[in-house]
Design a protein around this ligand. Sequence first.
Ligand SMILES: Cc1cc2nc3c(=O)[nH]c(=O)nc-3n(C[C@H](O)[C@H](O)[C@H](O)COP(=O)(O)O)c2cc1C
Length: 228
Amino acid sequence: MTLDTSMSLENHEAGSDLDIAAMRRSYGELGLEEVPENPFSLFAQWLQAANANPAIVEANAMVLSTADFQGQITSRTVLLKGVTEERFVFFTNYNSRKGRAIHSQPQVSLLFPWFAMERQVSVSGSAEKISEAESAKYFASRPWGHQIGTWASRQSDPLASRSELELRWAAAAAKWPEGSVVPKPPHWGGYCVAPQEIEFWQGRYSRLHDRIRYSRSESEWEIQRYYP
Ligand SMILES: Cc1cc2nc3c(=O)[nH]c(=O)nc-3n(C[C@H](O)[C@H](O)[C@H](O)COP(=O)(O)O)c2cc1C
Protein backbone atom coordinates (compact mmCIF):
# COMPACT_ATOMS: atom_id res chain seq x y z
CA MET A 1 0.00 0.00 0.00
CA THR A 2 1.39 3.42 -0.83
CA LEU A 3 0.57 6.37 1.34
CA ASP A 4 -1.04 9.18 -0.57
CA THR A 5 -0.11 12.17 1.52
CA SER A 6 -1.47 14.85 -0.72
CA MET A 7 -5.11 15.58 -0.34
CA SER A 8 -6.75 17.45 -3.15
CA LEU A 9 -8.86 20.30 -1.92
CA GLU A 10 -10.12 21.03 -5.41
CA ASN A 11 -13.70 20.48 -4.42
CA HIS A 12 -13.42 23.02 -1.65
CA GLU A 13 -10.88 25.52 -2.82
CA ALA A 14 -10.10 25.77 -6.53
CA GLY A 15 -6.46 25.13 -7.46
CA SER A 16 -5.06 24.34 -4.00
CA ASP A 17 -3.42 21.06 -2.93
CA LEU A 18 -2.51 20.24 0.65
CA ASP A 19 0.58 18.09 1.32
CA ILE A 20 -0.43 16.56 4.64
CA ALA A 21 2.90 14.76 5.21
CA ALA A 22 4.76 18.06 5.00
CA MET A 23 2.63 19.71 7.66
CA ARG A 24 4.81 20.04 10.76
CA ARG A 25 5.89 22.55 13.37
CA SER A 26 8.92 22.71 15.60
CA TYR A 27 8.09 22.70 19.27
CA GLY A 28 10.15 23.64 22.20
CA GLU A 29 9.83 26.85 24.18
CA LEU A 30 8.11 25.50 27.28
CA GLY A 31 9.30 22.60 29.41
CA LEU A 32 7.70 20.31 31.94
CA GLU A 33 10.63 19.65 34.27
CA GLU A 34 9.15 20.00 37.73
CA VAL A 35 5.55 19.14 38.38
CA PRO A 36 3.38 19.55 41.47
CA GLU A 37 2.21 16.53 43.45
CA ASN A 38 -1.41 17.13 42.53
CA PRO A 39 -2.45 17.13 38.85
CA PHE A 40 -5.29 19.57 39.49
CA SER A 41 -2.93 22.37 40.45
CA LEU A 42 -1.00 21.83 37.19
CA PHE A 43 -4.30 21.63 35.29
CA ALA A 44 -5.42 24.93 36.85
CA GLN A 45 -2.15 26.60 35.80
CA TRP A 46 -2.45 25.31 32.24
CA LEU A 47 -6.12 26.22 31.91
CA GLN A 48 -5.39 29.72 33.17
CA ALA A 49 -2.51 30.07 30.69
CA ALA A 50 -4.65 28.75 27.82
CA ASN A 51 -7.44 31.15 28.72
CA ALA A 52 -5.00 34.09 28.74
CA ASN A 53 -3.59 33.10 25.34
CA PRO A 54 -5.37 34.99 22.53
CA ALA A 55 -4.45 32.22 20.07
CA ILE A 56 -6.69 29.79 21.95
CA VAL A 57 -10.44 30.09 21.53
CA GLU A 58 -12.66 28.40 24.11
CA ALA A 59 -9.84 27.20 26.37
CA ASN A 60 -12.42 25.21 28.35
CA ALA A 61 -13.52 23.20 25.30
CA MET A 62 -12.67 19.52 25.59
CA VAL A 63 -13.23 16.48 23.41
CA LEU A 64 -15.35 13.92 25.23
CA SER A 65 -15.15 10.33 23.97
CA THR A 66 -17.64 7.71 25.02
CA ALA A 67 -18.20 4.06 24.16
CA ASP A 68 -21.68 2.61 23.74
CA PHE A 69 -22.83 -0.86 24.77
CA GLN A 70 -21.45 -2.31 21.54
CA GLY A 71 -18.05 -0.73 22.15
CA GLN A 72 -18.54 1.87 19.42
CA ILE A 73 -16.60 4.99 20.37
CA THR A 74 -17.83 8.49 19.51
CA SER A 75 -16.24 11.87 20.24
CA ARG A 76 -17.57 15.40 20.45
CA THR A 77 -16.67 18.72 22.04
CA VAL A 78 -18.24 19.89 25.28
CA LEU A 79 -17.40 22.78 27.58
CA LEU A 80 -15.78 22.27 30.95
CA LYS A 81 -17.96 24.19 33.40
CA GLY A 82 -16.15 23.50 36.64
CA VAL A 83 -13.67 21.39 38.52
CA THR A 84 -15.04 20.36 41.89
CA GLU A 85 -13.61 17.85 44.34
CA GLU A 86 -11.13 16.66 41.69
CA ARG A 87 -13.86 16.08 39.13
CA PHE A 88 -14.35 17.66 35.69
CA VAL A 89 -17.93 18.92 35.21
CA PHE A 90 -19.84 19.45 31.95
CA PHE A 91 -23.52 19.83 31.06
CA THR A 92 -25.59 18.15 28.40
CA ASN A 93 -28.81 16.37 27.52
CA TYR A 94 -29.02 13.06 29.41
CA ASN A 95 -31.00 11.51 26.50
CA SER A 96 -28.37 12.46 23.91
CA ARG A 97 -26.14 9.94 22.22
CA LYS A 98 -23.36 10.65 24.73
CA GLY A 99 -25.84 10.47 27.62
CA ARG A 100 -27.07 7.06 26.49
CA ALA A 101 -23.49 5.85 26.03
CA ILE A 102 -22.47 7.01 29.52
CA HIS A 103 -25.55 5.30 30.94
CA SER A 104 -24.41 1.93 29.57
CA GLN A 105 -20.65 2.51 29.92
CA PRO A 106 -19.48 5.25 32.31
CA GLN A 107 -15.78 5.07 31.32
CA VAL A 108 -14.96 8.18 29.25
CA SER A 109 -12.00 10.21 28.08
CA LEU A 110 -11.56 13.97 27.92
CA LEU A 111 -8.99 15.76 25.78
CA PHE A 112 -8.00 19.42 25.99
CA PRO A 113 -6.24 20.21 22.68
CA TRP A 114 -4.31 23.42 23.32
CA PHE A 115 -2.34 23.25 20.05
CA ALA A 116 -1.36 26.93 20.07
CA MET A 117 0.63 26.26 23.24
CA GLU A 118 1.93 22.89 22.04
CA ARG A 119 0.04 21.28 24.87
CA GLN A 120 -2.60 18.68 25.46
CA VAL A 121 -4.13 17.24 28.60
CA SER A 122 -5.85 13.89 28.36
CA VAL A 123 -8.03 12.45 31.06
CA SER A 124 -9.51 9.00 31.47
CA GLY A 125 -12.02 8.23 34.14
CA SER A 126 -15.60 7.54 34.87
CA ALA A 127 -18.60 9.85 34.55
CA GLU A 128 -21.65 10.15 36.75
CA LYS A 129 -24.53 12.60 37.01
CA ILE A 130 -24.17 15.48 39.43
CA SER A 131 -27.08 16.26 41.75
CA GLU A 132 -30.32 17.75 40.37
CA ALA A 133 -29.83 20.70 42.72
CA GLU A 134 -26.37 21.48 41.30
CA SER A 135 -27.66 21.15 37.72
CA ALA A 136 -30.64 23.40 38.48
CA LYS A 137 -28.33 26.01 40.00
CA TYR A 138 -26.15 26.10 36.87
CA PHE A 139 -29.20 26.04 34.55
CA ALA A 140 -30.58 29.12 36.33
CA SER A 141 -27.34 31.00 35.59
CA ARG A 142 -27.61 30.43 31.81
CA PRO A 143 -28.90 33.13 29.45
CA TRP A 144 -32.64 32.89 28.73
CA GLY A 145 -32.15 31.99 25.04
CA HIS A 146 -29.91 29.07 26.01
CA GLN A 147 -32.45 27.86 28.56
CA ILE A 148 -35.20 27.94 25.92
CA GLY A 149 -32.91 26.17 23.44
CA THR A 150 -32.46 23.37 25.93
CA TRP A 151 -36.24 22.82 25.99
CA ALA A 152 -36.44 23.06 22.18
CA SER A 153 -33.73 20.52 21.37
CA ARG A 154 -34.21 16.78 21.51
CA GLN A 155 -30.45 16.49 21.30
CA SER A 156 -29.15 13.73 18.99
CA ASP A 157 -32.63 12.75 17.68
CA PRO A 158 -33.30 12.96 13.91
CA LEU A 159 -34.72 16.35 12.89
CA ALA A 160 -36.85 16.72 9.75
CA SER A 161 -36.10 20.39 9.11
CA ARG A 162 -34.57 23.45 10.76
CA SER A 163 -38.00 25.09 10.89
CA GLU A 164 -39.21 22.27 13.15
CA LEU A 165 -36.49 23.21 15.65
CA GLU A 166 -37.33 26.91 15.38
CA LEU A 167 -41.02 26.19 15.92
CA ARG A 168 -40.17 24.20 19.04
CA TRP A 169 -37.98 27.09 20.25
CA ALA A 170 -40.82 29.58 19.62
CA ALA A 171 -43.30 27.36 21.50
CA ALA A 172 -40.97 27.13 24.50
CA ALA A 173 -40.32 30.90 24.34
CA ALA A 174 -44.09 31.52 24.37
CA LYS A 175 -44.50 29.26 27.38
CA TRP A 176 -41.67 30.94 29.33
CA PRO A 177 -41.33 34.52 28.02
CA GLU A 178 -38.10 36.41 28.58
CA GLY A 179 -37.89 37.49 32.19
CA SER A 180 -39.81 34.51 33.54
CA VAL A 181 -38.21 31.66 35.46
CA VAL A 182 -37.46 28.80 33.08
CA PRO A 183 -37.40 25.43 34.87
CA LYS A 184 -34.57 23.03 34.15
CA PRO A 185 -35.71 20.22 31.85
CA PRO A 186 -35.53 16.88 33.71
CA HIS A 187 -33.46 15.37 30.89
CA TRP A 188 -30.74 18.01 31.10
CA GLY A 189 -27.94 18.33 33.63
CA GLY A 190 -24.33 17.85 34.53
CA TYR A 191 -21.91 14.99 34.61
CA CYS A 192 -18.71 14.90 36.60
CA VAL A 193 -15.74 12.87 35.49
CA ALA A 194 -13.56 11.40 38.24
CA PRO A 195 -10.17 10.83 36.64
CA GLN A 196 -8.17 7.63 36.98
CA GLU A 197 -5.37 9.14 34.91
CA ILE A 198 -4.43 12.64 33.78
CA GLU A 199 -1.63 13.07 31.28
CA PHE A 200 0.09 16.36 30.46
CA TRP A 201 1.87 16.61 27.13
CA GLN A 202 4.21 19.45 26.28
CA GLY A 203 5.77 19.70 22.81
CA ARG A 204 9.60 20.02 22.90
CA TYR A 205 12.48 20.35 20.41
CA SER A 206 13.37 17.45 18.08
CA ARG A 207 10.19 15.62 19.02
CA LEU A 208 11.61 15.01 22.54
CA HIS A 209 8.28 15.96 24.05
CA ASP A 210 7.47 15.85 27.74
CA ARG A 211 4.77 13.43 28.89
CA ILE A 212 3.86 13.26 32.53
CA ARG A 213 1.05 10.97 33.61
CA TYR A 214 -0.63 11.06 37.01
CA SER A 215 -2.39 7.84 37.99
CA ARG A 216 -4.75 7.57 40.91
CA SER A 217 -3.75 4.96 43.48
CA GLU A 218 -5.88 4.90 46.63
CA SER A 219 -6.09 8.56 47.60
CA GLU A 220 -2.63 9.43 46.21
CA TRP A 221 -1.41 10.34 42.74
CA GLU A 222 1.50 8.44 41.23
CA ILE A 223 3.59 10.45 38.81
CA GLN A 224 5.39 8.83 35.89
CA ARG A 225 7.23 10.26 32.91
CA TYR A 226 6.77 8.44 29.58
CA TYR A 227 8.69 8.29 26.33
CA PRO A 228 7.13 10.66 23.85
C1 LIG B 1 -17.03 24.45 21.06
C2 LIG B 1 -18.18 23.51 21.30
C3 LIG B 1 -18.73 23.41 22.56
C4 LIG B 1 -19.80 22.55 22.82
N1 LIG B 1 -20.26 22.44 24.10
C5 LIG B 1 -21.25 21.54 24.36
C6 LIG B 1 -21.66 21.32 25.71
O1 LIG B 1 -21.13 21.90 26.68
N2 LIG B 1 -22.68 20.44 25.92
C7 LIG B 1 -23.28 19.75 24.89
O2 LIG B 1 -24.18 18.97 25.14
N3 LIG B 1 -22.87 19.92 23.61
C8 LIG B 1 -21.86 20.80 23.33
N4 LIG B 1 -21.43 20.96 22.03
C9 LIG B 1 -22.09 20.16 20.96
C10 LIG B 1 -21.50 18.73 20.99
O3 LIG B 1 -20.21 18.72 20.42
C11 LIG B 1 -22.39 17.70 20.29
O4 LIG B 1 -22.65 18.07 18.96
C12 LIG B 1 -23.74 17.51 20.99
O5 LIG B 1 -23.59 17.50 22.40
C13 LIG B 1 -24.41 16.21 20.57
O6 LIG B 1 -23.51 15.15 20.82
P1 LIG B 1 -23.97 13.60 20.85
O7 LIG B 1 -25.03 13.42 19.80
O8 LIG B 1 -22.72 12.83 20.57
O9 LIG B 1 -24.52 13.33 22.22
C14 LIG B 1 -20.36 21.79 21.76
C15 LIG B 1 -19.79 21.88 20.48
C16 LIG B 1 -18.72 22.71 20.26
C17 LIG B 1 -18.10 22.75 18.88
